[in-house]
Design a protein around this ligand. Structure first.
Ligand code: SAM
Ligand code: SF4
Length: 424
């Protein structure tokens, strides 16, 4: 989502007559887009800002994103060389803020969260030549006890279905074949126009735009994950067979303390829908270990859940205390060392699951979108519909495959990728 926000900001700046340069050295105005989801990410921002100051004297600095929203004016105290601070809910005001900077204002902010508008840009500078992102819903109306997002990205607002479909058509006309729909809770999408599409209808219709061969989406919230989404994937081959469904914990007691709005059983019901689909759907997740009060038994329940689901991959994090969040008030903080121990155990278990699962692909033929070429190994880098990396050789041909779809037979499997040979 941050990558795509940067693409939209760059498009907006180009629309205002600025031009993008290749290095910070060549820039007069340096924008720094930031993340504050965990403490480590936030610390990096201030370290980098200090480094920038030393290396790039005399330039104008701007801080965007969640750290900007969270710290606001305080950024000017911590980093006095910064001139502009703007959160993602105010990016539509960037043209005005830039004019204020150009007219000599040294301290400019865009920090309002009470915007009804979504950040719809007339121009977006897209960096990925194969996959185009479309934000369909901004912000978050949930209040998970550990999370800063509702404070930094503001309330949920959905774009109209007509504007999303128009953007998908433009992207197809520009040659894109793969679209990824984005939102903090992408499946909470609700069309504000009279058409009134829900998320399943949006998915199906984007998948029917002529020229679009692959549609992905991230991130889904389990509470709003209805069976209609799986039915749409099952019936429309353009919808990739991969669902990222963050569980956070396998213990209903911890899920309740996290205010996640679902139980373990309700989550497993959604997994059962996916496993009953006629196409094999890859399932991935996010897990937090060491949430306040998480006992050894709770942690064991999480380990049991990953074995039961057999995720294709997962992102795992040590719980990090974040400003303003309800979890700050909870006692029983788990020591850092114990969080680290749990994280290592979880990751080792998951690695074994991935080795096992990926081995089942050996011998199968998978369609890949070719995204790169590794000069060192002579292998093309492809991505399957299930979002797996498949490195492959195409002996006896020097055709440029970048951006093309090819069939690849899987011959080897590792924990994080597959390898094979092109069969067409
Ligand atoms: N909206 C998505 C959902 O509810 O599943 C997740 C969005 S969040 C940007 C991405 C992931 O960061 C979360 O799924 C969670 O695992 C992790 N995360 C968020 N806050 C965290 C915290 N305070 N400490 C550790 N991990 C955190
Ligand atoms: Fe954060 Fe929860 Fe909203 Fe996801 S649903 S962004 S974890 S508050």
């Amino acid at each position: 989502m941050n990558v795509h926000d940067s693409e939209k900001v760059i498009g907006t700046l180009i629309g205002q007559g600025y031009s993008q340069v290749d290095t910070p050295e060549a820039a007069e105005l340096v924008f720094y887009n930031t993340c504050s989801i965990r403490d480590k990410a936030e610390q990096k921002v201030f370290n980098r800002l200090q480094q920038f100051k030393k290396d790039h004297k005399g330039k104008t600095f701007a801080v965007l994103g969640c750290v900007a929203q969270q710290e606001g004016d305080k950024i000017f105290e911590k980093a006095p060389h910064v001139s502009l601070v703007c959160g993602s809910a105010s990016y539509n005001k960037l043209p005005d803020l830039l004019i204020q900077l150009e007219t000599g204002n040294k301290r400019v902010t865009g920090l309002s969260l009470d915007t009804e508008e979504t950040f719809d840009t007339p121009m977006t500078r897209r960096d990925n030549p194969h996959r185009a992102y479309i934000t369909i819903i901004e912000g978050c109306d949930k209040s998970c006890a550990y999370c800063v997002v509702p404070f930094t990205r503001g309330p949920e607002r959905s774009r109209t279905s007509a504007s999303v479909i128009a953007e998908a058509r433009q992207l197809a006309a520009a040659g894109y074949t793969e679209i990824q729909l984005l939102g903090q809770n992408v499946n909470s999408y609700h069309d504000p126009s009279p058409a009134g599409w829900d998320f399943a209808a949006m998915l199906d219709n984007v998948g029917k735009v002529p020229g679009i061969r692959r549609v992905r989406f991230t991130t889904s919230h389990p509470r709003d994950f209805v069976k209609g989404i799986i039915d749409a994937i099952d019936s429309n081959p353009s919808l990739c067979n991969h669902v990222h469904l963050p569980v956070q914990s396998g213990s209903t007691r911890v899920l309740d303390a996290m205010q996640r709005l679902y139980t373990r059983d309700q989550y497993m019901q959604r997994i059962a829908w996916m496993k009953q689909a006629s196409r094999p759907i890859a399932i991935t997740t996010d897990i937090i270990v060491g949430f306040p009060g998480e006992t050894e038994e709770d942690f064991e329940a999480t380990l049991g859940l990953i074995e039961e689901v057999e995720y294709d991959s997962l992102f795992s994090f040590k719980y990090s205390r974040r400003p303003n969040t309800p979890a700050l008030a909870l006692g029983d903080q788990i020591p850092e060392e114990e969080k680290g121990r749990r994280l290592t155990i979880l990751q080792e278990r998951q690695r074994a699951i991935q080795v096992r699962r990926n081995a089942t692909y050996v011998g199968m033929v998978e369609e890949c979108l070719v995204e790169g070429f590794n000069k060192a190994t002579g292998q093309w880098i492809g991505r399957t519909s299930q979002n797996k990396t498949l490195n492959f050789l195409r002996p006896g041909s020097d055709e440029d495959l970048l951006g093309k779809y090819v069939e690849v037979r899987v011959t080897r499997a590792g924990p994080n990728s597959l390898a094979g040979e092109c069969v067409n």
